[in-house]
Design a protein around this ligand. Sequence first.
Ligand SMILES: [Zn+2]
Length: 285
Amino acid sequence: LGCDMFDSASYILYAKDNRYMHSNGTARLEDLSYLPCQCPICTTYSIKELFYMDKDSRTLEIAKHNLYILKAEVDAVKQAIMDGRLWEYVMQKAHAHPKLMEAMELFKTFEYLEEGTPIFKEKAVFLYDPIDQYRPEVKRFRNIVSTYASLKNKERKLILYPDSDIHPFYSTGVFFQLIKKFPDAQICTYNPFFGIIPSEISDIFPAAHNLSCKKPTNHTHPKNYPSFIESLDRFIVNNNFEEIIIIADNFMRQVVDDNFYNNIPTIKKLNPKVYDYDYNIITEL
Ligand SMILES: [Zn+2]
């Protein structure tokens, strides 16, 4: 429509109750030590001056401030959409309260989010937490891989190598080393968020257009990434691999750890050769 509309009586209802809106919620005026805002109201009055105003004037001034906050929020959302970073923005907001993060669980099954998500974005997607495995761009990529048929028919051999920040994988020195050593094998990288990334399509958005924290955290355990296990399992079944060589980073080491492994019979049955990731590992394969 070319216009922004929202329905809100909150700015005045909060103002009547001395509640001052800020970017992550509201606070009672009497609980504030500072006014964390640069709007005309907050740069004109101190908290004390607002507090000792007569009730009607104070309500009016807080209501004006609250409207400035709402306008800033609408602008921030619009800018996030323009930047292709609405998901990141919503997640930042959700981190303001544990109950909001709980609500984010619903996003896992909101299929319609994909309908409004562009196929390609100018900017890389940022991936932080397990919930990001469900963002529409990443789900879309996993769906592509779920029907991927390997062109390497001679050997039913799969090589799995950890994803890095250098993309696409087929342009890296590591890939050239691997393809020289295993010309008939299907070479893929893997990443907790994306699952399996066949080298032939490692340039598709956002497999080559993302940044994630590669340092393991408490959340970086395969049990928090069921979509990874599903992707790996399906890729092996679809392509009838008979042999797997895994260069395992910390994450993959936990996948192939006995306790976890037993839940993925497809992989266990093939008895993969697993090597711990090391810069020179390819020379030892
Ligand atoms: Zn203000």
